[in-house]
Design a protein around this ligand. Structure first.
Ligand SMILES: [Zn+2]
Length: 147
């Protein structure tokens, strides 16, 4: 069980990754903290949590069903070995936003996380898995890994 950055290192060094597992959680719902985090700690696993910048600390999602993690909860998970990454600022698919918003969606989470939690993130998970060559080019300016 490894973090995404550890997996990138393994792959780039051409090591055998047959028994390597990465667990990822997208969107930053509070149950990542209340349910998944305790289980990961219990079994000594490290999870990867990709959080939507604008949703941190929100009380309800658009369906009114789920609450989002707070900065304090995310920082606690980070401080206890969990990998935290970006899932953009708005969760709009990056292929369908106005091109001039792309740098903000990609770059602003780095600033936000550093200002609020005092650590740099290195990874991003694309909302809805949507990407293209222009998005990859922008991401390579700021991130060392993506999925
Ligand atoms: Zn998502």
């Amino acid at each position: 069980m490894v973090t995404a950055p550890q997996a990138v290192i393994l792959l780039k060094s051409r090591q055998n990754v047959m028994n390597t597992v990465i667990i990822t959680f997208d969107d930053g719902y509070e149950n990542n903290y209340t349910e998944a985090f305790p289980l990961l700690k219990k079994y000594g696993f490290r999870g990867n949590f990709y959080v939507v910048g604008n949703d941190i600390g929100k009380e309800k999602n658009q369906d009114g069903l789920k609450k989002y993690m707070s900065f304090d909860q995310i920082k606690e998970m980070h401080d206890q070995g969990m990998e935290i990454g970006s899932h953009s600022m708005s969760h709009d698919p990056l292929t369908s936003i106005k091109p001039e918003l792309l740098p903000w969606e990609i770059y602003q989470p780095l600033n936000l996380f550093y200002q609020k939690m005092n650590f740099w993130i290195s990874g991003i998970a694309f909302p809805n898995g949507a990407f293209n060559d222009a998005i990859i080019a922008e991401i390579r300016k700021y991130y060392i890994e993506n999925c």
